[in-house]
Structure formats: C-alpha cells, structure tokens
Design a protein around this ligand. Structure first.
Ligand SMILES: Cc1ncc(COP(=O)(O)O)c(C=O)c1O
Length: 393
C-alpha cells in the first residue's frame, strides 16, 4: 500500500484474539466486516447474532441493553439517547397497532406531559389524564377512554405519590391496554414493574442508572411482544444510545445497589431532620409512615428502601425566599436532574414543572414554596449542616 492508503487502513480490522476483556470496551465502529458476505447476509437477516451497523446493534450498547433487561427481568431492552427519546419510542410502539388513545397519570414529569400534548396530540393521539392514586377514578377513565396505552410513573414527580401499580396492571389487562411505567425514581433495585404486570418499563438512564451526572440516556425494557415491536422501530428510527454513553451507564450500574442503599438511608435521616425544623412547613417523603400511600409503599417496596427523593415546603416562602435559601447552599448542588452521587436541590416551579401554568401547578399541589431534593451519597451530617445554614439565612 502507498502511504495515502496506509494512513487509512494500516492497523485496522484485526480480529479480536482468543481473549475476553474483563469489562465491555467502547466499540466506536459504525459497521462490521465478516469473513464472507453470506455470513453478513445472515447477520442482517438476524438469523445469526453479531453486529452489523451501529444503528442496529453496537456491541457496547447491546451489552448495556442486556444488563438492564436482566435487572428489570424483561425479554429485551432498547437503549436511547435520552429518557424522553425512550418515552417517545415506548408510546409510539405501544400505539402503533392499537387505538390512538392514552390514559396518563395527572402528575408526570413536565416534559412527558408536553410529549403527550404537543407531540402525540397533533399527530391525532388523544390523552386523558387521571390520578392513578385514586383507583376508582383511574379505572373509570380507562374504561371510558378504552386507551391503547396507559402511562404512569412509579414515584410521581415532585410530590412523590406512589400508586398501586399491580392494581393498575390489572386494570390495563382488563382494558387490553399496554401499561408503560416510568421507573426512573425507583430504579429496579426498589421496584420491578414487569414483575407487577406492566408491559413496558422506561428509565431516564441520566439519573440513578448512570448516577454520576455525566450521561444523558434512556432505556426501555419490555416483555417479548412489545420488545420485538420496539426493537424493530428503533432500528428504523435510530434513537439509539451512543457507545460511550452505554459504557458510562454500564460502569455506573456496577455501583447502583451500593449508591441507592446509601442514598435511601441518607434520605430517611434528612427527611426526619427536616420534619423537626420550624421553617419547614411540610415534608414529602416515601419513607414517612404518614405518607398518603404508605400502605402501598410498604406492600411494594423492599423494607427500609423507600427511595432517595424528597420535597419540602418552606413556611410562608415565595420565589424570592426560596431563591435566597437555595443560593446559600454550599455543598448541595442547585441544579436540574436527580439520582447523582451528589445531593441536588431544584425548584419545580422554575425547572421540572415550569411549562405548567401557575394555576394548574397550584391545583396539582406544586406550590411556590416547594423545593425538591435528590439525596446523594455524601456524609449525611454534611447534607443536614448545609440545609441548616441555608434555612437560617
Ligand atoms: C421521571 C422522569 N422521566 C423522564 C425524564 C426525562 O429524561 P431525560 O432528561 O434523560 O430525557 C426525567 C427527567 O428529569 C424524569 O425525571
């Protein structure tokens, strides 16, 4: 080869030797070469397993998908570039050969509500919103709407209500609708929706799965029929997660159990401390025995692992007082997102729920005095000390 050809080809396309790397490496190749075109033909036809093209089956992303499918006990997983892309693909897949109607939880992550209203709505999909914690009302909405899909979150953002997912799965089964569950807040360590009768589970992998604030990603795990549809759609549409993000998220998941156990333990202590503070009017926490869904939480969640998200209202505070408190934080990171190793605080009225009108927010109980926290793995005394000094300002 001449120099100009060597710079392009030399060193590349060597078969992996007779070894197995101890962790999955990052495969950046967008396409793959086989000994014979007959073999490549079988791979394209999915008669023989193996990577063919990065939009279909990048080996790093496939390894990540296999990992999450096992954690959620599903038939297969599809990794996406963001949690929103995963939700978009899930709803599309569920409705593709079903009635174009959705019954969704009234309290959802703001962008998910926007996805239903502003993306699927104009495409002809009707959405009926109902409170999944009010089972008779939710069942009535499902039976009267006859939806193709039902969409709920395991722990609703930001007031942390928990619906009886197993009972909603029963309603979905009777209505012959696909139940999609956003399990981002609970993680598969706390709750595995497919075991409780859901058909499709979605995660924003950006959050607890990756866990370190350096990934944007999503992943869907489904039962066999829904996985086949979603995998086929993903191959055509191409929302697939990049190999680098897949690698980082796999790496993050290795410490998921350790992180979430510590985060849950820290959250219990922070919630108990907040409840004793005169400036704090009300604490929302899934581990609170007085939580409105305590019976469901005790039934569905493992003992002592109630989640690491909490929210609280500052007595008599409006936006200026909340801003002052948050700007006084020294260690706690005041930023959007959740599930990272570091403790975070956000103001729902300004970030996660800013697209909702103030009136509607008030109706949902998301007041201007409410802040939401994602508790991290730091020493809990440092988290409490930071809150104490910020609340005293
Ligand atoms: C419950 C929930 N679902 C989905 C998403 C969207 O995830 P992403 O930002 O990765 O698209 C978020 C983001 O905050 C979320 O909190």
């Amino acid at each position: 080869m001449k120099f100009e050809s060597k710079v392009v080809h030399a060193g590349d396309r060597k078969k992996a030797g007779n070894y197995i790397p101890s962790v999955t490496p990052i495969y950046t190749a967008s396409s793959y070469v086989y000994d014979s075109l007959e073999q490549l033909d079988r791979v394209f036809a999915q008669e023989e397993s193996g990577p063919s093209y990065a939009r279909y089956d990048n080996p790093t992303t496939v390894a990540f998908q296999n990992l999450v499918a096992q954690l959620e006990d599903g038939a297969g997983a599809v990794a996406c570039g963001s949690g929103m892309a995963a939700l978009h693909l899930s709803i599309l897949g569920a409705l593709i050969d079903r009635p174009k109607r959705v019954v969704a939880a009234s309290m959802l992550y703001g962008a998910t509500t926007s996805l239903l209203m502003n993306v699927f709505g104009p495409m002809g999909v009707e959405t009926e919103f109902a409170d999944p914690c009010d089972l008779p009302a939710f069942e009535e909405a499902v039976m009267s709407t006859k939806p193709g899909a039902i969409l709920i979150e395991t722990v609703a953002n930001p007031l942390l209500r928990v619906c009886a997912m197993d009972k909603i799965a029963e309603i979905a089964r009777r209505a012959e609708a696909v139940l999609i569950v956003d399990n981002t807040f609970a993680t598969p360590l706390l709750l595995r929706p497919l075991e409780l009768g859901a058909h499709i589970v979605v995660h924003s992998a950006t959050k607890y799965l990756a866990g370190h604030g350096d990934v944007l990603g999503g992943v869907i795990v489904a039962d066999q029929p829904n996985y086949s549809v979603l995998n086929g759609l993903s191959r055509t549409i191409g929302p697939i997660m990049s190999p680098f993000e897949s690698y980082l998220t796999m790496r993050g998941i290795k410490t998921l159990a350790l992180r979430v156990e510590r985060q849950c333990a820290n959250a219990c202590k922070v919630a108990s401390w907040l409840a004793t503070q005169p400036r704090v009017e009300r604490v929302y926490f899934t581990g609170d025995p007085a939580h409105p869904d305590a019976a469901t939480i005790t039934r569905l969640f493992p003992k002592n692992l109630y989640g690491a998200m909490l929210a609280f209202e500052i007595r008599g505070a409006g936006r200026p007082e909340v801003f002052k408190m948050m700007e006084s934080l020294r260690m706690i990171v005041r930023a959007t997102s959740l599930g990272d190793v570091h403790t975070m605080m956000l103001y729902p009225a300004m970030s996660s729920h800013r697209d909702i009108s103030p009136k509607h927010r008030e109706r949902l109980g998301i007041r201007d005095s409410l802040v939401r926290m994602s508790i991290g793995i730091e020493a809990v005394d440092d988290i409490i000390a930071d809150l104490e000094q910020a609340l005293a300002v």
